[in-house]
Design a protein around this ligand. Structure first.
Ligand code: SF4
Ligand code: SF4
Length: 131
């Protein structure tokens, strides 16, 4: 399960990730972090069997938690298969198929948002827009 965590000025300074790990014994894999002095966002990966427990710890500390169930969406009518998203995605979500059409393996998406900003046809979108 991928979780988007949103920290505000109160929660940003607390050792929440380590507390959640110690309390639940879950392995929390940080896929993306954008953390400043006053607020921050993080995408973490947690085993499905531990996700609810971990979420409870985050929420107890006042962190906003959003389950990321839907990954990047590609509008097939807009896509011209230029391949730009293939070169820019950090986790190789996109590839050419045998007919040189760009296809997406959306399960790998870590919601970084880079592809949505570079696609020349506005064919890519994320269900939740972040920082
Ligand atoms: S960058 Fe946009 S138009 Fe180009 S292949 Fe990717 S989705 Fe299609
Ligand atoms: S949002 Fe980031 S990780 Fe997801 S497909 Fe786009 S570039 Fe790849």
């Amino acid at each position: 399960m991928l979780l988007l965590l949103k920290f505000d000025s109160k929660t940003i300074k607390k050792p929440i990730i380590s507390t959640a790990t110690l309390e639940t014994k879950a392995l929390i894999n940080i896929l993306r972090a954008n953390v400043g002095a006053r607020r921050g966002e993080m995408v973490v990966e947690v085993d499905d069997s531990k996700a609810k427990e971990v979420e409870e710890v985050f929420r107890r500390f006042g962190v906003e938690v959003i389950e990321l169930k839907d990954a990047v969406v590609k509008d097939e009518e807009k896509c011209v298969h230029c391949g730009l998203c293939i070169s820019i995605c950090p986790v190789e979500v996109f590839r050419f198929d045998e007919n040189w059409k760009v296809v997406a393996d959306t399960e790998k998406c870590i919601h970084c948002g880079v592809c949505t900003r570079v696609c020349p046809c506005n064919a890519l979108s994320l269900p939740i827009h972040s920082l």
